[in-house]
Structure formats: structure tokens, C-alpha cells
Design a protein around this ligand. Structure first.
Ligand SMILES: [Zn+2]
Length: 368
């Protein structure tokens, strides 16, 4: 199959979205016709999630608290259904509200968590403030994904909580979370090759690279009928690990994702492109064209600051008008990109001007 498949043109992100929308009719209106149901079935509920929950040794004795966002985002429901099928009791707590998360963990004797690594660190830091102690909880495992993290961060979270942490890789274009998942040996993530054909390419040439070389992961769905996706360029850089795994599974394993081929940012597990923020920003009346984005760590969480120039006539001394504009901008970005930024307004000419390619993003998060 591989030799014939390389003749198929490679797909990039925007193209998949355009095709899925065309097929589903989402652009006009979501109606419950059979085609839409089929698309939702295939894009929202990955069948493989049962396999990886079993691969980590979890089962009917476990209580699974799913702290990912529910709704049309695949992170929530994807693992929810997998955990139910594996027999776990599922607490659909959704994202955020740390005090309530801890209350649920204590009351339901939660054993398995699903979250981003930064949120796990955030919860730990908030324990005393929220009035909980670790020894009141019954945690045993966490499935962490949604953003890249290092082996050091894994070990740190394992030590802080006294649990085992399993790395999870997924993307909405390929069904959501759990496209690849670690088994109990925690040595690379098995890609479910019965559902996905996997290639590694050199991002600059698009040609295949050797398995033990770092390359961009390209995936093809093998079991979708309504929305098959051929040779999708994930933009994620990884390596295929050599040799078998002591667990006996023959699905090959990928190493941790080490980077991206494009300028996509990941903030608290949410993917966002600078161009997306720009579009949302420029739609707000009064916003001028020059802007800059800064990302930093505040505690365990990522914070986005949007600095933007606004029309000079807004600086009249009326602070309430400026405050309203700030809120308007923050809400526009939150509703369009799912991230609530801190907004700073500047007079025209206050931000740096670039003669060549503008450097809009400053990422101050520590590199691990
Ligand atoms: Zn294994």
C-alpha cells in the first residue's frame, strides 16, 4: 500500500477543514441528516480509545475523571466513550474550575485523570488553597496530552502526585485523542496502525525519511467511510521508535512530539495560529493594524497577552471606553479561538514596526 500511497498528493490543515465542511454541510447549518450523523460518528468518537485505556492497565474497578473540554471538541467525548466501553465509571467534569474538580475527585474516589500536563501542575499548586490534601484522594493514573511535554515534566507530575502518567497523542482530523498512546511500559506511544497508515516525511521536500530519523508525521485513515483523509500532514515532528515493545503489541511506537513544522501555538492544550488571532482582532472596530502577541507561564498555566494599537481618537481620557474595548477584544478572541487573553491597548506608533516579515509572537515560556 505504501508505494502506491506516496503518489497521492499530501494534504495540509486548511484543506481538510474545507473538505469536511463541504461534505457535512456544517457551513450552512448543522442538520441531523444521515450524512452529518455519519461524519459526527467518525470524527467525534474514536473506536481505538477502548484499546489504549486497556493498554494502561485500567479497567472496571477504575473511576475516570475527564477534565478535557466537552462539546464539539473531540478531546472530551473521544476518551469518554472509550473509558465507558472499557468499563470505567466516567465523571464528565469537563475543563476548569479547580475546586470543583478536587471535590469530584474526593467524592467519587477518582483513580484516573485525563488532562493537560499544565493543568495537572496547576491543580497540584492549588491543593492547599482549595482546602484539599493529596492523601484524601485516590489517584493512580493520569492520561496527559493536548500539548507537548518533556520526560522531566512527566516524572515531576508522577512524583508530585505519586501516580503513573501516560502520554497521549491525538488530533481532531484523525478522530481526536488517543491516535497514539503509551502502554504500561511508558516507552513511546503505540500508533493504532489498524486504523491509521503512518508515514514520516522530510517537511521541506515531502519525501519519505528513514523511520529512525526525525520527520513530519503523515497519516491516512483506514477505517473511515464518510470522511476518509489521505496523507494528512500533521505538522508534528517525531521519530518512529525501532524494535518491539515488551507488552507484545505490534503497533509501532512514536517518540514524543518535539516540534511543529508551522507557527501553530499550543496554549493550555488549545491549538491556535497567530493568523487566527489576527483575524479576530481586526474585526473589532477601533483596532488598528499593528499588534504583538506574548506568551508566558504564570504558575503552571500559559498566558497570552495581546498588545494592539487602536485608533488615536479613542485616547480621549475616557478610560471606561478603553476598558469596554479591552473586554470586547478579549471576548472576541475567547469565542473565536477558545483562549481568553490579557489585552493591552496602545496608541498608534507605540509597537515596533517591521520592515520585512513581522515578528508578532514572543514566546517566553521556558524551554525544557
Ligand atoms: Zn507497549
Amino acid at each position: 500500500m505504501g508505494a502506491k500511497l506516496v503518489k497521492v498528493v499530501l494534504l495540509r490543515d486548511g484543506e481538510v477543514i474545507a473538505r469536511v465542511k463541504k461534505l457535512s454541510g456544517f457551513e450552512q447549518e448543522v442538520t441531523a441528516n444521515e450524512a452529518v450523523k455519519e461524519v459526527l460518528k467518525e470524527t467525534g468518537i474514536p473506536h481505538d480509545n477502548l484499546d489504549y485505556i486497556v493498554a494502561t492497565g485500567a479497567g472496571p474497578a477504575d473511576v475516570f475523571q475527564n477534565m478535557m473540554t466537552y462539546g464539539l471538541f473531540t478531546g472530551g467525548l473521544g476518551l469518554h466513550y472509550g473509558a465507558e466501553r472499557a468499563g470505567l465509571l466516567v465523571i464528565p467534569s469537563g475543563a476548569g474550575n479547580t475546586g470543583r474538580q478536587l471535590r469530584l475527585m474526593k467524592d467519587f474516589r477518582t483513580t484516573v485523570l485525563h488532562a493537560t500536563p499544565s493543568y495537572m501542575l496547576h491543580i497540584h499548586a492549588r491543593l492547599p488553597e482549595e482546602g484539599f490534601r493529596l492523601d484524601e484522594l485516590n489517584l493512580k493514573k493520569a492520561y496527559l496530552g493536548g500539548e507537548p511535554y518533556s520526560e522531566n515534566t512527566r516524572r515531576k507530575i508522577e512524583t508530585l502526585y505519586g501516580i503513573r502518567v501516560y502520554n497521549s497523542y491525538g488530533l481532531s482530523e484523525m478522530n481526536g485523542p488517543g491516535v497514539a498512546f503509551e502502554c504500561i511500559h511508558q516507552d513511546g506511544m503505540h500508533i493504532w496502525e489498524d486504523a491509521y497508515h503512518v508515514e514520516l516525511i522530510a517537511p521541506d521536500t515531502g519525501r519519505a525519511c528513514a523511520d529512525d530519523h526525525e520527520g513530519e508525521l503523515v497519516m491516512t485513515t483506514l477505517d473511515r467511510e464518510a470522511t476518509p483523509v489521505l496523507r494528512y500532514r500533521t505538522g508534528d515532528i517525531t521519530t518512529l521508535l525501532p524494535g518491539g515493545c515488551p507488552c507484545g503489541r505490534t503497533h509501532r511506537r512514536i517518540a514524543r512530539i518535539t516540534g511543529r513544522t508551522d507557527d501553530m501555538l499550543i496554549l493550555n492544550g488549545v491549538n491556535v495560529y497567530p493568523s487566527q488571532i489576527e483575524q479576530l482582532l481586526m474585526r473589532v472596530p477601533g483596532v488598528a493594524t499593528n499588534y504583538a502577541l506574548t506568551i508566558e507561564k504564570v504558575g503552571a498555566l500559559d498566558r497570552l497577552t495581546v498588545k494592539t494599537e487602536v485608533d488615536r481618537q479613542l485616547f480621549t481620557g475616557d478610560l471606561s471606553a478603553l476598558d469596554r474595548l479591552k473586554t470586547h477584544i478579549a471576548e472576541a478572541i475567547k469565542s473565536g479561538a477558545l483562549i481568553r487573553p490579557v489585552v493591552e491597548l496602545h496608541e498608534p506608533g507605540a509597537l515596533p514596526v517591521f520592515e520585512m516579515k513581522a515578528k508578532r509572537v514572543t514566546d517566553l515560556r521556558p524551554k525544557e
